[in-house]
Design a protein around this ligand. Sequence first.
Ligand code: SF4
Length: 356
Amino acid sequence: MIYVEASRGCPYECEFCLSSLEVPVRQAPLDEFLAAMESLLARGVRQFKFVDRTFNLNIKTSRAILLFFLERYEPGVFLHFEMIPDRLPEALRELIARFPIGALQFEVGIQTFNEEVAELISRRQDNARVEENLRWLCDETGVHVHADLIVGLPGESTESFARGFDRLVGLGPQEIQVGMLKRLRGTPIVRHDEEWGMVYSPAAPYEILQTRLINYATMQRLRRFARYWDLVANSGNFVESAPLIWREGLPFESFLRFSDWLFAAGGRTNGIALKRLAELLFEYLTREAGCEERRAAEAIWNDYRRGGRSDRPEFLRPWLPEIERSNPIPTSSRPASAALPRQSRHAAADVTGKDA
Ligand code: SF4
């Protein structure tokens, strides 16, 4: 993976972000930039991570870069861009839609759907347009969408975060990164410390410990929620079985219950082997969440095989003969072209879903 940069700085002023201090935006000369990309491609580079904070700021330049890679596309090419979510005009959409599944990854910063919180931290965002664009990306393109939300912003309660999280899950991005607010040196977010009772860790990376609306214990629960969401939902290892956790309830509330249970059952948030995690998920779904055993077993087994594994976990064996008789291995009529393992697992599921 090669990190490249076509522009530096951001014209927006989100108060928690270091890039907000870097104005004006400076653009690399386009012809020279594309010549450098040509040279990297010739030398065999296939995975490019653009670190531009807002790739879709200058539509003419974004178009030129996308078109450049589209014309040179071959399987294995993977491009990552950071995007602002409410700016996706037809001129960009038309190119984005032409890339194959898994070739593009967009990191889309939502941070909060709460308009009062957004105003407090000087973040300008048109939520209706964000929703429309995300829905289009998730439903109509092969883009792998990684959307960011932040826990602990001034004015954000657990309830308002939950509403934003559920809204985002409903739009269908492959990954939702739940990040804890950090107090980065020099950012104006500190102006809210007193009014909103903001307490940050004194040690790097200076993460939020509590606010006036979210106490320390709840913040710890949310931190574990973020970690488990990453392990279970974002990892792509449980694309079919994870949604069973919230099949009868709201995603945030249901997953928080699972997260609390998982922590009580295992007492750790990292270093859980995949097979053990699958077993814990099965146990939770069937014993705590009222999911029918055969249904949970089938979803977990499909996920397990989709990841390319062929061993037969002990806890699934009672259901496997029947499941295999009625359900052949989930494969796709089109190969998923994502270049990285995590993205490939999501892409394989997306392809299977879209073909169906
Ligand atoms: S959060 Fe994103 S949009 Fe806001 S200042 Fe930082 S880079 Fe710019």
